[in-house]
Design a protein around this ligand. Structure first.
Ligand SMILES: NC(=O)c1ccc[n+]([C@@H]2O[C@H](COP(=O)([O-])OP(=O)(O)OC[C@H]3O[C@@H](n4cnc5c(N)ncnc54)[C@H](O)[C@@H]3O)[C@@H](O)[C@H]2O)c1
Ligand SMILES: N[C@@H](CCC=O)C(=O)O
Length: 543
């Protein structure tokens, strides 16, 4: 029962710690890294908040130090998928009926726990499990995750406030119900924040969730689930399982109570999911919500008026932070002929200063790519480029998987703007550069727009305002997040709602109201205060 309308004000973004030499946060984080390395984690699944261990274990190893074992997780099978669905459906009625301010308290408490007691646990788990340096972990597993939780509470309270008008004698109201059935959250390896956001954004709206993370993100996913339970998440609301992806799809997408999928990952997997859901459409109680943020081929377009240093730094950070494994990473650059040489010279000089190695040495800017499959895929593109006369490697190009999955930041120069590495998502530390005739800016904009099926992020670097205006207009559909004089990465919750269209996803903008609407099903209620007791219009009586 509510006796008041409770408002949740807009939060401020969580401050980013610097981890500067000698800082207390650096000392605390190092301590937690050592603690995780000294133990062997035995990570269960969580169904109904019960820890489930199957004995069928998969080892967890830091991608940058593959000889070290962090522990293992327990792999589930078909019965665990069914158990997770059953637990979710059993929890549904009570969770959906729980007052919003009580639900909100759990997610706000989780955010606070991450900001304080568990900040270094979350960051150290992400650093070791996903090979992120301290700064990249801080902006992901601490700040972005905290922001998702706090902002979504605020956005949802803003949605609940929205009510229709009422004419005299009538009271109209809209209630924002959760979806009927369960929501499936399938999450990627590259952002702990995204992995935490996909199940919690749906759960916050009163939904019950089955959550499957990427195997390579389980170390941090486990930490987050423990925090959610400590924050008071009731049993069955989010059920975390580690199972085979296709088997998960087979069971969930043919269940009559399947209510929606919240996915982030590759385009191919999402398209396959959509196709399966379409084929099964008659099996469901209601039309499932399909939300997916997927791949990208993100561009940096420099104009002849661009500042050389601004362009080079946008490329250095945009392409190589977290080894280019951000869906937003700059992976194709279009440089005008008047400044191309100067930009390349500055970029290559910056790359020479980037150290590569373990996350435990905080001076390493570059760490390892996520796993062997990814390593092989990325290095295959590099090898093909080495053999191709149409491409020239101008930086990096070396790699090794002896100690960990290390690939040097690599820059390929091409003479064909439609060369394969200008068009396909590589998802690694590889940037391809094409130099265009500085007088043909308008023509190159068309090439940028038409070279890839994706439309996630992109940047225009220019000082000429007419050039910025032209690119902004002509590239209106080429990116869901468009940057002016900046790198195309690093969106902040509440400031740059994130998502792309075309083959990059449904563009439901994670961490915004637009996303939350997808997990709600509105019911409109009209109450007539003094209902009529006779039928007919006045003129009928007169006649
Ligand atoms: N647009 C965005 O906001 C965004 C954000 C992060 C990552 N990404 C994209 O994610 C990709 C990298 O992440 P990834 O390697 O974890 O992606 P992925 O598609 O390989 O895996 C994503 C998730 O899907 C699961 N999965 C794989 N095959 C499946 C199947 N057949 N059925 C059901 N589930 C299945 C995986 O186990 C994982 O949990 C890149 O393409 C990147 O661009 C996009
Ligand atoms: N939101 C992140 C990208 C997430 C995808 O991997 C960014 O803006 O860089």
């Amino acid at each position: 029962m509510h006796n008041a309308y409770f408002h949740f004000a807009a939060p401020a973004n969580e401050p980013v710690y610097s981890y500067a030499p000698g800082s207390p946060e650096k000392v605390a984080l190092k301590k937690q890294l050592s603690a995780f390395k000294a133990q062997q984690a035995d990570i269960p699944m969580y169904i109904n908040n019960q820890e489930i261990r199957t004995g069928k274990t998969v080892d967890l190893r830091p991608p940058h130090e593959i000889k070290h074992k962090l522990g293992h997780f327990h792999m589930g099978e078909a019965s665990h998928i069914n158990d997770a669905i059953a637990a979710a459906l059993a929890a549904k009625e009570q969770w959906a009926a729980t007052p919003w301010e009580q639900r909100a308290g759990i997610f706000l408490k989780a955010a606070e726990l991450i900001a304080t007691k568990y900040r270094y646990h979350m960051n150290a788990a992400t650093m070791l499990g996903q090979s992120k340096n301290a700064y990249q972990a801080e902006i992901d597993s601490a700040c972005e995750l905290i922001d998702f939780l706090r902002y979504n509470v605020h956005f949802l309270s803003e949605i609940y406030k929205q009510q229709p008008v009422s004419s005299p004698g009538v009271h109209n109201r809209t209630e924002y119900r959760p979806l009927e059935g369960f929501v499936l959250a399938v999450t990627p390896f590259n952002f702990t924040a995204i992995a935490g956001n996909l199940p919690t954004s749906a759960a916050m709206c009163g939904n019950v969730v089955v959550w499957k993370p990427a195997d390579t993100q389980v170390f941090a996913a486990n930490m987050f689930m423990q925090i959610m339970i400590e924050a008071g998440l009731p049993a069955g609301v989010i059920n975390l399982i580690y199972v085979d992806g296709p088997q998960l799809g087979d069971i969930c997408f043919s269940h009559p109570e399947f209510a929606g999928i919240h996915f982030t990952g590759s385009t191919a997997v999402f398209q396959h999911m959509w196709q399966t859901i379409g084929q099964n459409i008659k099996k469901y109680k209601a039309y499932p919500r399909i939300v997916g943020e997927t791949g990208g081929k993100d561009f940096v377009l420099a104009h002849s008026s661009a500042d050389v240093a601004v362009t080079a730094i946008a490329l250095a950070r945009g392409a190589f932070e977290y080894q280019g494994q951000k869906c937003s990473a700059a992976s194709r650059a279009y440089l005008p002929s008047n400044i191309a040489e100067a930009v390349k010279t500055r970029l290559l000089a910056e790359l020479k200063t980037m150290k590569m190695g373990s996350v435990e040495d905080f001076s390493n800017f570059i760490n390892a790519v996520i796993d062997e499959r990814s390593f092989d895929k990325i290095t295959n593109y590099i090898e093909n480029a080495k053999k191709d006369p149409a491409a020239k490697i101008i930086a990096g190009g070396n790699y090794s998987k002896t100690e960990g999955y290390f690939i040097e930041p690599t820059v390929i120069e091409v003479t064909d703007p439609k060369y394969v590495t200008m068009c396909e998502e590589i998802f690694g530390p590889v940037l391809t550069i094409y130099t265009y005739d500085a007088d043909k800016f308008e023509e190159i904009i068309s090439v940028v727009d038409s070279s890839s099926s994706y439309a996630l992020t992109g940047s225009i670097i220019a000082q000429d305002r007419y050039a910025i205006d032209l690119a902004t207009k002509k590239l209106v559909n080429a990116a869901g997040n468009f940057y002016i004089n900046d790198k195309p990465t690093g969106a902040v919750v509440g400031q740059q709602p994130f998502g792309g269209a075309r083959a990059s996803g449904t563009n439901d903008k994670a961490g915004s109201m637009l996303n939350l609407y997808r997990w709600l099903s509105a019911r409109t209620i009209k109450e007539t205060l003094v209902p009529p007791t006779e039928y007919g219009y006045p003129f009928i009586k007169e006649a």
